[in-house]
Design a protein around this ligand. Sequence first.
Ligand code: BTN
Length: 323
Amino acid sequence: MKLKALVTLLSDGKVHSGESLARQLGVSRTAIWKQVRRIMDEGFEVATIRGRGYQLTSRVDFLDPVLITNQLKDDLLAQVDLRVLEEVDSTNAEVFRQIAEGCDKKIPITIADSQTAGRGRRGRIWRSPRGENLYLSMGLIFHGGFSVLDGLSLVLGVAVAEALEALGAPDVGLKWPNDIFLPSGKLGGILVELQGELQEGVVQVIAGIGINVHMSKADDVDQPWSSLAGACPDIEWSRNQIAAAIIGAVSGAAELFSREGFSGFRDSWQKRDIHHNCLVQARGGEIKGVGCGIDGNGNYLLRTPEGDVVPIRAGEISLRVAS
Ligand code: BTN
């Protein structure tokens, strides 16, 4: 019996007798009892109510490709090649495979319930527990060679922030170049990987987006972090809805960026800059200065104590609050 089928039956939050569950799933009551133990081992909370049955008391937020595609606009829906997987090494790696297998000129997108080798920026591991968060990657094509990609990373951050705000997340901030923040800590990140020029001037980009949705503990994360459910508990966060909103926002932003470049996104990025007017350091402390936004190419600008404005190149280093 699939555990998912049992969780789905219990997901209405009502009390279900072992007998009725056994009948609906075509197994014995003992099998149901064992499966209830297993779903509890997977982290679901199930109350056993003496003489009445079982009641699921924790939330259920399964990924469902139909619920995701139902929320996409028709013209976008016709363009996407969506894979929703229970487990994968990395959704970015899967999109590379999707492209290699040929995705019929569609936008390859992979979403997974968990990643066994989730990748973060600068070679870090991206913690990817099952069922908790959103792990989504999209393949995007740009024309004009690598030089047209200046600022793309920031554009993706703006798109994700706007998508989350449209769903009700307040005060979404951006940390240069594209970390997604809430006031209580890092909410998500974006990993941009390039596949090289497919043909003269045609560049394949894989944009991998990780957003903490329900995660409530992460002992091994070495910086303050947040989750949508933790920060906004009154909203019923659905990973399907967040995925659809991000797919829509990222594909729209990529199209606008292809047509008009970065300039139209600059203000949207700057108003969310979490380091604006803060003393920060770059290049491992070599440069300290007050954050004063980005230039037209997406470089971060620091005003040093001497009054110089120093541009920090995208991808070069990370910014930290100076001590
Ligand atoms: C960061 O370090 O801030 C970027 C994290 C990016 C994580 C996402 S999760 C989906 C996609 N697949 C990966 O392996 N990484 C990205």
